[in-house]
Design a protein around this ligand. Structure first.
Ligand SMILES: NC(=O)c1ccc[n+]([C@@H]2O[C@H](COP(=O)([O-])OP(=O)(O)OC[C@H]3O[C@@H](n4cnc5c(N)ncnc54)[C@H](O)[C@@H]3O)[C@@H](O)[C@H]2O)c1
Length: 454
């Protein structure tokens, strides 16, 4: 692997953990795994033909990323807002069939798979219709809008025997793969405490997206958008800033917690629903009629560790996950990962013996050294033992994640972030919101498959 020097100042800027505070450690650049420079050749007969349903911000971002994935071809796009037909074709750099009616796409026999990037409240309907039409599905995160939606999608996927991948792309990131390798190696010792946050400080970060000047009931199929939600008059704010409203989104939990939970589940090899969650937070700043807080903090119980998550729209802290183990600390900060060992060699007590008379202290130390005859290394150099990794400039985990999906469509082998994984992660979001809105501890009742107050 090639070495790339990240300067000491870079780590100081990262600003968290012991390595950051005092190290000049250089980071190893990770090699892109799947798409590595010269992409693999795929026989024309193995080309996967796909369509995209929902070509808003994320749909277009995904379409652009598909251009870097070999052996696939976009043949149709669908969205309820006409201008997004054009945006989608621009993203995929060609003219393809475009429609407002996704069933037209599902009826096509020449389409193998669909990317579903519609608003969260429509995931269940579109995804289940796609299974019924025999399509494999890449469904954006969070997989479900409600607990019931999630279990319904799981059952439908398994009944239809379709490949499903949920869209928390960190699960396919080379940085997270390295984190998982370190976690699995046991170098961290026992990890009981995991902490993560994703903080932003801008109007865009708070979903205050501009309304396009051509938005109207003529250019947008508002009634279909409202499917599964209460009827109401046309409201472009709800259409474009849907994350702010409980009818269509899940606020910060569904938008960002889901990535953190998916990353933590992936790295720790956890594929289960958190047992309980306790949230606090509030709507302090972005008081524009939204129904979700702009700060949420949630504590989760899992059998073997505790997790604390935060999303704050009032400070630009970026994205961060930390695993605090008995033998070391693993930190992911944006696109950089560091592992810092703890000095766990046996040590004579030197704190509480301050309160002993010198003679007793010396007697204790003499005995201690007699009991520990192994020569102790002279010093513990955290820099020599620490590791740091970074992704190459321009790296994106989105095509890697897409490639995992399209490979599975061909091979029929399961993906990591399948419907069960996606459901477990999404329920973590629902637990957080249940606790926040009901001002109670949210407990996962596994037998009843529902959230109850603790
Ligand atoms: N993985 C990530 O990092 C990531 C990032 C952003 C968004 N997302 C997810 O992607 C999805 C879309 O988010 P977005 O930011 O693109 O929202 P968006 O509002 O920009 O786009 C959503 C689009 O879905 C369309 N739509 C809704 N119902 C439809 C239907 N029945 N048929 C056809 N089109 C329909 C709407 O017309 C709209 O254009 C959400 O689930 C979101 O959580 C994931």
């Amino acid at each position: 692997m090639s070495k790339n020097s990240l300067t000491r100042r870079h780590f100081l800027r990262i600003g968290t953990g012991s390595l950051a505070a005092g190290s000049a450690l250089s980071a190893t650049l990770l090699k892109p795994s799947l798409l590595s420079a010269a992409s693999r050749a795929v026989a024309p007969s193995d080309t996967v033909r796909f369509a995209s349903i929902g070509t808003g911000v994320r749909g277009c971002e995904l379409l652009e990323a598909t251009l870097r994935v070999p052996g696939i071809e976009c043949v149709a796009v669908c969205d309820l807002y006409d201008s997004r037909h054009m945006a989608a074709q621009e993203a995929v750099k060609k003219s393809v069939a475009a429609t407002r009616v996704y069933k037209e796409i599902l009826d096509r026999k020449d389409i193998d798979a669909v990317i579903v990037a519609v608003t969260d409240h429509q995931h269940r309907k579109v995804v289940e219709d796609a299974f019924a039409a025999g399509k494999d599905v890449y469904c954006e995160k969070p997989m479900s809008h409600t607990v019931e939606d999630g279990f319904s999608i799981v059952a439908a996927a398994q009944k239809a025997n379709r490949i499903v991948q949920v869209g928390s792309q960190r699960v396919s990131s080379i940085l997270y793969a390295k984190a998982k390798e370190i976690y699995d190696s046991g170098k961290l010792g026992d990890v009981y405490a995991i902490e993560a946050f994703w903080d932003r400080n801008s109007a865009s970060g708070a979903w205050v997206y501009p309304i396009p000047p051509d938005a109207s009931e003529q250019t947008i199929d508002w009634n279909t958008f409202l499917d599964g939600a209460p009827k109401r008059p046309f409201d472009p704010v709800r259409f474009f800033r849907w994350r702010c409203f409980t009818d269509y989104g899940e606020g910060l939990a569904g938008d960002l917690f889901v990535h953190l939970i998916s990353g933590i589940h992936f790295i720790t090899g956890t594929n289960q629903i958190a047992q309980r969650a306790q949230s606090t937070g509030g709507l302090f700043r972005w008081k524009d009629g939204r129904e979700f807080p702009d700060l949420i903090e949630t504590f989760y119980d899992y059998p073997d560790f505790r997790v604390s998550l935060r999303c704050n729209l009032n400070n630009d802290g970026g994205e961060f996950i930390a695993f605090y183990g008995t033998k070391g600390t693993l930190l992911i900060k944006d696109s950089t990962l560091t592992y810092t060992p703890q000095d766990t060699r046996p040590q004579p007590e030197d704190y509480s013996t301050i309160g002993w008379p010198a003679a007793l202290r010396e007697e204790y130390l003499a005995q201690w050294h007699k009991d520990h005859p192994e020569p102790r290394p002279l010093h513990f150099n955290v820099d020599e033992e620490s590791e740091a990794y970074a992704v190459p400039k321009g790296y994106s985990d989105i095509p890697d994640h897409q490639q995992h999906f399209f490979d599975a469509v061909r091979s029929r082998k399961p993906v990591v972030e399948n419907e069960v994984f996606g459901n477990n992660a999404a329920i973590g979001c629902h637990l957080a919101n249940y606790s926040y809105f009901n001002k109670t501890v949210a407990v996962w009742d596994e037998a009843a498959k529902k959230i109850v107050s603790g």
